[in-house]
Design a protein around this ligand. Structure first.
Ligand code: PLP
Length: 761
């Protein structure tokens, strides 16, 4: 294992959950081993257990300022939320008038447990009120005018004290004035999960009816929580049974959880060991972290205002990087953060940041760092150091602009695949001449491409689109403006001054790049201007032989499909001929690099496509006439779902990828395999910056997904080599292994679950 591997974990995801404080864990253990009685038993063991429970409840009342309100222990906040909502809605239903329209209000940035439970109980109790989100402004503050207008007809209003993604807190006093000023009787629940230990709470001095809390967000174990119920607020038990908790919540109490909470409450009441930092200290920690982020990533943008956020949460975005990329990077540096967003479709977005009206890129790139009050100065210092290392690693792989020379290791050569959603951009670099060509540049990648060109000191020879894209603007013009200002090209970026090459009596236009030629072949069909670009060996071509490395085929052949031909400039008839032309030229095995990759398949070839695409096979094997193809293609295009998410689909899918069963290993199996079978190549499939931060010496090589096509090209003649792929979680290694399998690699396996499962932290 490398030195970095030994780095201890820095856990900065406290808003998701926290470790159990050592003293709390000890208290919990003692209730499992020694004081394990059932609080309902009347013997001494039971009485001892009940004593712990009563003491914990008394402390909870003090911590919350619950006065004469009740504190009931639950399994966690989600149960507390159900309890509050069921109690409120069941009571509200009784006073509903038949001819009146009712609403139920909740903050638009609320944790999903709240709106989902509201909708659930609204339906189950047949209340049928309109469940409405309360908008927030760009600071995350609830719209008071909206509440004033809507609350008179509301049965219940749910707000949160502190947001879990941003740390933004609400002004509960101001909120109370608006709510009660417009509806004295509406039931009010405040989700206080993220406020415990970070905001002062005096619940009994407010008119809040219900407030759920969770132990595992503040150093107690999972499975324990509590809910505050205002004196006089209606209550309906959510769990009935043996009558525990005075009949309000049945089920034998979670004594270990209670014992741990007891210790946490001591800390909050300043009767413990003083392990919780003061608010002032936490603010200093936040300032230090924010500075470290700014130094490492000068363009970082914070997604919330620190003036109305608790100091333990930093939510930020780094322009040009998705949250997945930054999470992978930080994970490699053994810093645990979260993307602060739910993976809803292909792109992860934060509904909280969306509700705040932040630009889409900030929502898609959001990263949340959160710590708890037990964080230490040493941990914060270490985190700041590692953040700086992360930025260095990105600089090393030329994703951030780094000064200095590019050493051998990070020098780019060959083909790189970039992806945004289901679309691809291809960059081919020749290290000897230090030249590069870019095919189908996506506008979202412009900065990244410019940074790479500059950092790698590559001269751009051409930036070419394979066709006029219907689904997006090309990034070609911007690249050309900065790198090819003197070049005259056609509308796709194909230069006017090019070489002319003869092959089998045909003349082709070609761009020279190092020891390769890039030939242009007209392949109309998807659009009338569609071209394919064939990268081939210059020397062999001069001797009349076409040795193809890659074919950039645009939307002619897509993986598992053919480009659609129902645009105004499309022609299925021309596509029929284009497919034949290209196949006759490049054959079954040349690697096809389309401009879309909707299913994470990376690259393909005609052989792989023919085996799963009957229509294509029919054309290429001359089993279908032009007329038959046109008819079949028209039928196929009718089924195109025009849009998936925000993407226009460019292909009509003929088949899903019929994946072969992969050889999967768990960690012991992998170790045994490596010991018993010499010659197996173990490949780390993560990106180079992740690899640089943290890798095992056992790996034979690093083949990031962005370089998989290049690796496949290099290994074309050695498909029997046994390969085992590994990544962090097992998902990247799985898709890469599937791609290799599909392209005829005979012995490919991967580590299921990734090295995350085998890494001790
Ligand atoms: N509310 C908020 C604000 C939260 O952050 C969470 C947990 O993520 C919950 C509710 C749910 O808490 P639990 O995991 O205890 O059910």
């Amino acid at each position: 294992m490398s030195e970095q591997q030994a780095l201890s974990q820095i856990y900065l995801d406290a808003n998701a959950t926290t470790p159990v404080l050592a003293k709390a864990a000890k208290a919990a253990l003692s209730t499992m081993e020694t004081m394990f009685g059932n609080p309902s038993s009347s013997h001494i063991s039971g009485l001892q257990a009940k004593q712990i429970m009563d003491e914990t409840r008394n402390k909870a009342v003090k911590v919350l300022g619950a006065g004469s309100g009740q504190v009931i222990f639950t399994s966690g906040a989600t149960e507390g939320i159900q309890t509050g909502i069921l109690s409120a809605l069941y009571a509200a239903k009784k006073s509903m008038q038949a001819d009146k329209e009712y609403s139920i209000l909740y903050g638009a940035t609320e944790h999903k447990a709240v709106p989902e439970s509201l909708k659930h109980w609204n339906k189950i109790l047949e209340i049928n009120a309109t469940v409405k989100p309360i908008p927030v402004d760009e600071m995350g503050k609830l719209d008071m005018d909206f509440i004033a207008k809507e609350v008179p007809n509301a049965l219940m209003i749910c707000t949160m004290a502190v947001n879990n993604e941003t740390g933004v807190y609400q002004d509960l006093d101001a909120l109370e004035l608006v709510i009660r000023g417009n509806n004295a009787n509406v039931f009010w629940m405040v989700d206080c999960v993220q406020a415990l230990g970070k905001r002062c709470l005096e619940l009994a001095s407010t008119s809040i009816d219900y407030a759920p809390f969770s132990g595992h967000k503040l150093y107690a174990p999972k499975g324990i929580g509590f809910v505050y119920i205002r004196k006089g607020a209606p209550f309906t038990p959510f769990i009935a049974g043996g009558g525990q908790e005075g009949g309000l919540r049945s089920g034998t109490e979670n004594l270990p959880g209670l014992a741990a909470l007891n210790v946490i409450f001591d800390e909050l009441l300043e009767q413990g060991d003083g392990v919780f930092a003061s608010v002032g200290q936490l603010q200093l920690f936040r300032t230090q972290m924010a500075l470290a982020l700014k130094n490492a990533f000068p363009t970082v943008v914070f997604n919330h205002d620190f003036t109305n956020s608790v100091p333990t949460t930093l939510n930020f975005a780094i322009p040009g990087f998705s949250s997945k990329e930054i999470m992978d990077l930080f994970d490699a540096a053994n810093i645990r953060v979260s993307s602060g967003s739910a993976c809803s479709s292909k792109v992860t977005r934060s509904f909280v940041l969306d509700a705040m009206g932040l630009p889409a890129w900030q929502s898609e790139s959001a990263i949340r760092m959160s710590f708890g009050p037990a964080v230490t100065q040493q941990q914060i210092d270490q985190a700041c150091d590692r953040i700086a290392h992360c930025a260095q690693a990105l600089g090393h792989s030329c994703l951030l602009n780094a000064m200095g020379n590019i050493d051998e290791k990070s020098q780019l050569q060959g083909l790189v695949q970039f992806k945004v959603g289901g679309s691809c951009t291809w960059l081919y670099a020749d290290p000897t001449t230090k030249t590069a060509v870019i095919v189908d540049p996506l506008p979202e990648l412009t900065n990244r491409l410019l940074t790479i060109l500059q950092c790698q000191q590559l001269q751009l020879v051409a930036a070419i689109d394979t066709h006029g894209h219907a689904d997006h603007q090309s990034g070609r013009v911007e690249l050309a403006k900065q790198h090819l200002a003197m070049q005259h090209t056609n509308h796709l970026g194909w230069p006017e001054e090019v070489a002319k090459i003869e092959l089998d009596g045909q003349s082709y236009e070609a761009i020279s790049i190092g020891d390769k030629y890039l030939l242009r072949i007209a392949t109309p069909g998807h659009t009338d201007d569609s071209i394919s670009l064939v990268l081939c060996d210059k020397h062999k071509l001069q001797h009349g032989q076409l040795a193809v490395s890659y074919v950039f085929c645009g939307d002619l052949v897509l993986m598992g499909s053919l480009g659609r031909t129902n645009f105004s400039t499309s022609s299925a008839q021309l596509m029929f001929n284009s497919l034949k032309t290209l196949f006759d030229l490049v054959g079954d095995d040349a690697l096809l690099c389309p401009s879309h990759d909707y299913h994470n398949e990376f690259v393909t070839n005609f052989a792989a496509e023919r085996s799963r695409n009957q229509l294509l096979n029919g054309v290429l094997m001359s089993q279908l006439s032009e007329q038959q193809f046109m008819q079949n293609k028209a039928d196929l295009d009718k089924n195109i779902h025009d849009q998936i998410g925000e993407e226009v689909m460019c292909g009509a899918f003929t088949s899903s990828c019929n994946q072969k069963r992969l050889q999967e290993y768990n960690t012991p199996e992998l170790k045994a395999k490596l010991n018993s079978t010499p010659g197996v190549k173990l490949i780390d499939i993560r990106e180079p910056h992740e690899y640089a931060l943290n890798h095992s010496q056992e790996f034979d090589m690093n083949v990031p997904l962005t370089r998989l096509a290049d690796f496949i090209c290099q290994q074309q003649c050695n498909k029997s080599q046994e390969l085992i792929l590994v990544c962090r979680s097992g998902s990247r290694s799985q898709v890469a292994a599937q791609a290799l399998n599909r392209l005829g690699f005979e012995h490919v396996g991967h580590l299921k679950g990734g090295y995350a499962l085998s890494q001790a932290t």
